[in-house]
Design a protein around this ligand. Structure first.
Ligand code: SAM
Length: 338
């Protein structure tokens, strides 16, 4: 099946968790067990360094790490390459007085990535609305040695941007619920979400029939559901723009639908929150400039704005489908506002 072919074209990505180890130490451990820095597609022993994401290793998709001691000890995190982009683009500060927000955190892959980029310093408030997923988040953060994270079981939309605790936030990551239409290796996705391998497998079997058509035929897409999701996503971006000291907001989805991606960005740019907060899009130079697939130009009012946006296409880019955008204050250099 075409969905399975796309999944098979995605390497097994392993992110080194800098909170608990280093790339050097992980490579040393792996090579002592027979892995070699070489083409991961040529053999199960081969692995390479990803050219876009620091601390990311690429293996053959056949290699499983779920029982490996590097994984069980939290030194490595199994995270798709595209889902590493948001934290890198947000580029949070690594200082004791840094205040950063992850608005939609569970299961916590991006939260732990942000924590590592902040060198476990400052404060990272990690909101999660769902109680069950919040408990998964806490387990994940604990396992990943994230000492600078304060997890909060709350709806981000109810958080007062002027609350002195949060008003100092300068960087916000928004990776809200979406249709998930870009996910092709759902099994990995569920494992990353905190399910056991067996539960994930059963879930995969149950959802496969309803999920795959969403990827393959636009006719099957539930337009009403997508519009509802897009309205919620826009609200989240607008809320993030109300934080008085925020300089940078990254909005990402694992959806391939324009309505959840470029359209949300375009509507956010035109909203009163963006106008009064003087937000525009960060230039391509700060959004993984060497990544070739950019946003859809015909979906933006100013087509050149699409160069600021990142898209990943399953089956083409060796990743799941993904979208990343970055809003910055117009006072920053190079920001695109018109
Ligand atoms: N960033 C996460 C990661 O990389 O592991 C994945 C986030 S997942 C796509 C979206 C999460 O946002 C879900 O766990 C969902 O329960 C949570 N969520 C949705 N709406 C929310 C809200 N208004 N406030 C806080 N969390 C919310």
């Amino acid at each position: 099946h075409v969905g399975d072919e796309r999944a098979a074209s995605i390497p097994r990505y392993v992110r080194v968790n800098a909170n608990l180890s280093s790339q050097e130490k992980v490579i040393e451990d792996l090579t002592s067990r027979g892995f070699v820095l070489s083409d991961p597609w040529a053999s199960k022993q081969g692995f390479s360094l990803d050219p876009h994401v620091p601390n990311l290793l690429c293996f053959s998709p056949e290699v499983a790490f779920h029982e490996d001691q590097l994984y069980t000890s939290g030194k490595i995190i199994l995270q798709d390459k595209a889902s590493c982009f948001p934290a890198i683009v947000l580029s949070p500060p690594a200082s004791d007085d840094a205040v950063v927000i992850d608005a939609t955190s569970a299961p916590g892959n991006k939260t732990s990535h942000l924590s590592a980029l902040m060198e476990n310093k400052g404060t990272l408030y990690a909101f999660e609305r769902d109680q069950k997923r919040f408990s998964t988040l806490k387990t994940m953060l604990n396992k990943a040695g994230c000492r600078n994270v304060t997890p909060i079981n709350a709806d981000f939309l109810t958080i007062d941007p002027l609350d002195p605790k949060y008003s100092k936030a300068t960087h916000i990551l928004l990776d809200p619920s979406c249709s998930g239409s870009g996910i092709v290796n759902r099994l990995d996705y569920l494992v990353e979400s905190g399910s056991s391998f067996f539960t994930s497998f059963v879930q995969l079997m149950l959802i496969k029939r309803s999920f795959v058509p969403l990827l393959d035929t636009d006719d099957a897409v539930d337009e009403a559901r997508l519009s509802k999701l897009a309205a919620f996503q826009l609200l989240m971006v607008q809320h993030a723009m109300k934080f008085p000291n925020v300089k940078r907001i990254v909005y990402s989805t694992c959806s391939v639908h324009e309505i959840e991606d470029e359209h949300v960005v375009q509507n956010a740019l035109e909203s009163s929150e963006a106008q009064s907060g003087k937000f525009g899009l960060a230039p391509q130079t700060t959004c993984i400039p060497t990544w070739p697939r950019r946003g859809k130009a015909d979906a933006m009012k100013t087509p050149s704005h699409a160069m600021s946006l990142i898209r990943c296409l399953p089956g083409e880019d060796a990743t799941n489908g993904f979208f990343v955008s970055c809003f910055v204050k117009a006072s920053d250099t190079g920001v695109l506002t018109k």
